[in-house]
Design a binder for this molecule. Structure first.
Ligand code: UD1
Ligand code: UDP
Length: 378
């Protein structure tokens, strides 16, 4: 029996690890799987697990209001390590670049448990953007025993850093697997009400923003740009913004954007509802990583509120555009696609460069076929 611990901390980890958990559970004759949630996020994480009908075996329940990186990292490290000491696991699976992911990888290393890194090899090579995720991922790559790279360019980054070729597997991003499951769900009454009652016949522009490096002035500029756009396109567009619960985001968003008739500031949506919102949207404006990977499957242009991106395939394939956080630039670029159909249609491409929906199967097959006898325990 292969013993695997899957560690999940935040909303994007839950979204991207859920299809892997479901796939692992299909092999219960060969694989024993436990799920640990650090609950670095509470409500956002719980919503996703409910969507996918996944229950945790260990809940560290760590989130506190406006938590620091140090608090969440140190508490995760101690909590996950104590689980690894209770039972002999062959693998710990971590996803991406969060504080939970880095702490889980470190716990695996300290306890001599092999580490599988999902979504390995993404890089900006800029230490401060995204902060602290760029360094988290680089550190996890130092620790991991298997690197599940979503794309060829992610694999190439790892190869250039000297990671052994046979430990890197190009899988596609598991978010494309998740998106397929979410797309098949029935829209809930909640999202149906939001879509039905809000400004029928207007183009929906979906917005999300939460990155630490955008807190303060950049987020204020982003919100001011949205306010200006909402006024300019009062008759044409309706802006729907599920506001992240981080108090640094809530404060700015509600301060600048409250009480504008064609802007809806709403609670975060559960994952399935959010995908139903995106499916009805004309444009997405976001600083999220995961949404950049989802948008091409839905054939919706994604405009990115960051100065650079590690998701370079979307820019090369012209499904996305980097806007940065400058107010005037955001207004100019968004206006272009609202004003001109030909400008807009440039961003509609037939395929998704980030995956084909089979990533979880590839990952689980690799774990099952791993040459365990050749692994030297020290
Ligand atoms: C973290 C991840 C980031 C990821 C983002 C996804 C790190 C270093 N960063 O952002 O990579 O893109 O999550 O959203 O791990 N909060 C709630 N309820 C929730 C979730 C959050 O109230 O369900 C509030 C809490 O006050 C919490 C705060 O948001 O303290 C920040 O959460 P945190 O996970 O620390 O956010 P980031 O580190 O910015
Ligand atoms: N998302 C969601 N509800 C929302 C906003 C976003 O389920 O109200 C999903 C979205 O589809 C994507 C993921 O959350 O898969 C992105 O998470 P987030 O923006 O928190 O983190 P990032 O992708 O930047 O790491």
């Amino acid at each position: 029996m292969l013993n695997i611990l899957v560690v999940i901390g935040t909303r994007p980890e839950a979204i991207k690890l859920s299809p892997i958990v479901l796939e692992l559970q299909k092999h219960s004759d060969k694989i024993y799987v436990e799920i640990c949630i650090t609950a670095q996020h509470r409500s956002l994480l719980d919503d996703v697990l409910i969507n996918f009908n996944i229950t945790s075996d260990h809940d560290l329940d760590l989130m506190s209001d406006n938590q620091t990186l140090e608090e969440i990292s140190s508490k995760s490290l101690t909590g996950i390590s104590s689980i690894l000491k209770q039972r002999s696991f062959d693998w710990i699976l971590v996803q991406g670049d969060t504080s939970t992911a880095l702490s889980a990888a470190l716990s695996g290393f300290y306890n001599r448990v092999k580490v599988g890194h999902i979504e390995a090899g993404l890089r900006t090579y800029n230490k401060w953007e995204p902060y602290p995720e760029e360094i988290n991922r680089q550190l996890i790559s130092k620790i991991a025993d298997l690197h599940f790279a979503p794309t060829l360019s992610a694999k190439n980054n790892l190869s250039a850093e000297g990671v052994e070729e046979e430990t890197i597997i190009v899988t596609g991003n598991t978010v494309v697997d998740s998106l397929a499951i979410a797309s098949d769900s029935q829209p809930s009454k909640h999202i149906q009400n939001i879509l039905d009652t809000n400004h029928p016949n207007k183009k929906i522009i979906a917005i999300t923003a939460h990155r630490r490096e955008n807190f303060g002035k950049p987020l204020t500029m982003i919100c001011e740009a949205i306010k200006k756009l909402a006024n300019k396109y009062h008759n044409e567009c309706h802006f729907i913004y599920p506001v992240h619960p981080n108090p640094n985001v809530q404060g700015t968003a509600y301060n600048v954007l409250n009480n504008i008739s064609n802007i809806s500031l709403i609670e975060p949506l559960d994952y399935f509802d959010f995908i139903h919102l995106l499916k009805q949207s004309f444009l997405i404006i976001t600083d999220s990583g995961g949404i950049q990977e989802e948008a091409p499957s839905l054939q919706i242009p994604v405009f990115i509120l960051r100065n650079n991106t590690e998701r370079t395939e979307g820019i090369q394939n012209k499904v996305g555009l980097i806007l940065g956080t400058d107010k005037e630039n955001i207004i100019t670029e968004v206006s272009k696609v609202i004003d001109s159909e030909s400008e807009y249609h440039q961003y509609i491409q037939a395929s998704n460069p980030y995956g084909d929906g089979q990533a979880s199967t590839r990952i689980v097959n690799k774990l099952l076929s791993y040459p365990y006898s050749e692994f030297v325990e020290s």
